[in-house]
Design a protein around this ligand. Structure first.
Ligand code: DQA
Length: 151
């Protein structure tokens, strides 16, 4: 078991509304079931996941300011903030933890404005278009990264 195995799984604006959003784009799971599934994936990988969601940008910024106290790595799906929030980007940079960006939908093949992410440059990788399974890929990447850092 890794000593550093705590993953903060952060969701931004409108992701609490999963279940009401188009299932053809975002899948069938509502937010609670999504986080439950991610928690199961984490447990299978011997990681511990903790969840945070907000619709208020400053709240996510402040959570990121404190995240080092509770986590060793970050998975972030910022929702629409992905495409324009330099404040979230700066806060992720300040946290300075290994970070993977995840999108449920295939953002590269949707509207033009979704193709740009102001976050991806400071992340280890971006996973999109894999639905909930994308979070499993992200957890695997972070587990490997944390294991390599421990050696
Ligand atoms: C999203 C993609 C964003 O473009 C969108 O604004 C979201 C969700 C995704 O998970 O596919 O709210 O981040």
């Amino acid at each position: 078991m890794l000593a550093h195995n705590r993953i903060a799984v952060l969701h931004g604006v409108n992701l609490d509304q999963l279940g009401r959003r188009d299932p053809a784009i975002y899948g069938e799971l509502d937010y609670d079931r999504l986080t439950q599934r991610i928690g199961e994936y984490a447990a299978e990988l011997e990681l511990s996941a903790q969840f945070f969601q907000t619709n208020f940008e400053g709240e996510l910024v402040e959570h990121l300011h404190r995240v080092n106290d509770i986590a060793d790595a970050i998975i972030i799906n910022p929702g629409a903030w992905t495409h324009y929030s330099y404040a979230i980007r700066d806060a992720v940079e300040i946290a300075a933890l290994p970070t993977v960006e995840v999108h449920l939908s295939d953002v590269q093949n949707r509207e033009e404005f979704r193709r740009n992410s102001v976050i991806s440059e400071i992340c280890l990788m971006t996973v999109s278009g894999q639905g909930v399974d994308g979070y499993r890929s992200a957890l695997e990447v972070l587990r490997d990264n944390l294991a390599a850092a421990a050696n």
